[in-house]
Write a protein that binds this ligand. Structure first.
Ligand code: T46
Length: 144
């Protein structure tokens, strides 16, 4: 995926399978079937204090699927040109994030858990944490 070409319109909210019975629900995520990348890492955000913001960066190569495993939160997406706010509040929906998208996670409900599946191991050099640098990279069409 070419970093400067990706847009917020490449980031759909995907409906995930739900197996329902009277004792509750199960959602199973299988790399080759429901997820558009091979899963290399899983992490989750929890105990986020009210009013806190997470994220505030973009990635050069990382793909992610964000799921509100519990509670709810909003994600502000920004591709340097367009912005939109996505709300996640059900464990059977996931937001697919391609590289080159600035994201900020806000409005965490009490007890919210943000489960994240990723395509790569943690790598600080994959982060773009400066917004002006992000805007510059998105505008630079010579970028790979
Ligand atoms: C994203 C949002 C949704 C690790 O050591 N390993 C990891 O896998 C992760 C994700 C983080 N860390 C360390 C790095 C920092 O010292 O945990 C600390 C906090 O990380 P960060 O500031 O990146 O956390 P968030 O919540 O702002 O962002 C994370 C992901 O990094 C990011 O990819 O999209 O969650």
């Amino acid at each position: 995926m070419v970093l400067h070409k990706t847009t917020i319109y490449d980031c759909p909210v995907m409906e995930l399978p739900k197996i329902h019975n009277r004792a509750g629900n199960i959602t199973a995520l299988n790399a080759a079937e429901n997820i558009p990348f091979d899963i290399e890492r899983v992490y989750y955000l929890y105990d986020v204090p009210g009013g806190e913001t997470r994220g505030g960066h973009a990635h050069k190569g990382l793909q992610q699927l964000l799921v509100a495993a519990s509670g709810s939160f909003d994600i502000l997406l920004d591709d340097g040109k367009n912005r939109k706010m996505v709300s996640l509040n059900r464990p059977y929906f996931g937001l697919y994030l391609v590289p080159g998208i600035w994201r900020e996670l806000v409005n965490f409900s009490s007890g919210a858990i943000c489960l994240v599946l990723t395509s790569q191991k943690y790598d600080e050099t994959d982060y773009i944490r400066d917004y002006d640098a992000f805007k510059g990279l998105k505008a630079d069409r010579s970028n790979p």
